[in-house]
Ligand binder design. Structure first.
Ligand SMILES: [Zn+2]
Length: 440
């Protein structure tokens, strides 16, 4: 007798990212609730499963939703505001002065715009740190995406809190609110070494341990950060964080660009994950993270876009291609970081970075987070290798369907959970507000 499932999705080509990295032609996925019940050739699924809902994606390439392992999704409102500047000057002269006046409303609208971009370009999960994160949680929840998020914690007041005591209270409230949410998980997120102090970082590490949640921090992003850390605390950023208890298997560090051989060993020993941000690192000329060496050492690496202010997009397809190209150039080796490795980083690797290890692969028991790409797009023809096309040929704009937890949140160019034209009107009014702030 057949088993019943909620939906069967037929795929022309199915990239599973399972342990054998199988790519199946004429395949299908059975979904029950928010979970994948079975994955196999279409004839096997149809013989074994019954359903009232069939999605015929037989002209499509179906694959796991991509994971954006490090972003500040609400920064879409700063997209293109200031480009072509060094990190510290860019932050202190252009980003922080506008962010000082942030409101929950601006964060929520901007985060929803970011979600629209991500859903339309095949990202199903994001790891997000920002100011007034409550508003981002709301936007992501509304968009139907999956996230790990946390309030960006600074040793000085932010628009979300007046002092660090208030900040820690806010973090506990956020943790409680999302402790049993089906798509949202919370993590403790100190912003960076150069915006915190030792007491605060040690407290963040202890709190993440107490709450049993992730910890996410920008770390070793630039040589300037290292110089500042040495001058202030007498240590380079990675040993400094290790000595404060910040580096543990629950930790994901974003960037890890300025890293010595000894520090690579510290990262490996501590069991942290790295969120690699190739476009942001290139745009701010921060440098190239030692990704091939991290992978060879067994460190889990995911890929992130960083915020739209330093990218300027949230498109994981462009990020994957840039990742593959950057390391080939840096190591002068065309075999370096091949397509399959990049795809692993953007799916299973990112899933671990973002605290959602049960996503990133289409296997029974995993969350039903998947995307479909239209194989009739001229740039995806002819098709010899699905993985090659995903990393080197696709732009993200071939994405026709984005499913999170068994629900289509984006379908044939339409966002199913919110009014996109209305959102655009709100974004235009935020642009006018930003322009007023700049001109004073
Ligand atoms: Zn960042």
């Amino acid at each position: 007798m057949k088993q019943h499932c909620d939906r069967i999705i037929r795929a022309g080509v199915l990239v599973t990212q399972d342990e054998q990295r199988r790519v199946l032609g004429d395949a299908a996925v059975a979904v029950t609730g928010d979970t994948i019940a079975a994955v196999d050739h279409a004839d096997v699924i149809v013989a074994e499963w019954s359903t009232d809902a069939v999605s015929d994606l037989s002209g499509m390439l179906v694959m796991p939703g991509l994971v954006n392992a490090h972003t500040h999704v609400a920064m879409t409102f700063l997209r293109g505001l200031a480009d072509d500047l060094p990190l510290m000057q860019w932050l202190t002269e252009h980003i922080f002065p506008v962010e000082k006046h942030l409101s929950a409303e601006i964060v929520e609208v901007s985060a929803l715009l970011g979600c629209a971009e991500m859903a339309a370009t095949g990202t199903t999960t994001l790891c997000d740190m920002y100011l007034i994160e409550d508003a981002t949680f709301k936007a992501v929840d509304r968009a139907g995406l999956r996230m790990q998020g946390g309030e960006g914690l600074f040793a000085f007041p932010s628009p979300a809190y007046a002092c660090i005591e208030d900040a820690f209270e806010l973090v506990r409230r956020q943790h409680d609110r999302y402790s049993s949410h089906s798509r949202i998980r919370h993590a403790v997120m100190p912003h960076a070494v150069y915006t915190s102090n030792p007491e605060m970082l040690a407290r963040c590490a202890a709190l993440a341990g107490e709450l049993g949640c992730g910890l996410h921090i920008h770390l070793a992003e630039t040589a300037a950060e290292t110089a500042q850390c040495l001058a202030s605390f007498g240590k380079r950023p990675i040993p400094y964080c290790r000595d404060l208890g910040v580096l543990s298997p629950r930790t994901t560090v974003a960037h890890a660009v300025d890293v010595t051989d000894d520090e690579l060993e510290i990262l490996r020993e501590s069991g942290i994950c790295v969120a690699h941000n190739p476009v942001s690192n290139m745009k701010l000329a921060s440098g190239a993270a030692r990704v091939p060496e991290m992978l060879a050492a067994g460190i889990c690496v995911g890929i992130g876009t960083d915020g739209a202010a330093s990218n300027n997009g949230l498109n994981m397809f462009t990020e994957m291609k840039t990742c593959a190209l950057l390391h080939k150039l840096r190591y002068a080796d065309p075999t370096c970081v091949p397509a399959a490795t990049v795809l692993d980083m953007a799916t299973t690797g990112g899933a671990k970075c973002a605290g959602w290890p049960e996503t990133g692969a289409l296997v029974p028991g995993a969350k039903a987070d998947l995307i479909a790409l239209d194989l009739s797009a001229p740039n995806l023809q002819p098709l010899y290798s699905a993985v090659s096309h995903i990393v080197y040929a696709a732009t993200g704009h071939e994405v026709t369907h984005t499913m999170v937890g068994g629900e289509f949140v984006y379908e044939n160019g339409r966002h199913t959970r919110f009014d996109y034209p209305a959102l655009l009107r709100e974004v235009a009014s935020i642009r006018r507000w930003v322009q007023k702030k700049i001109t004073g």
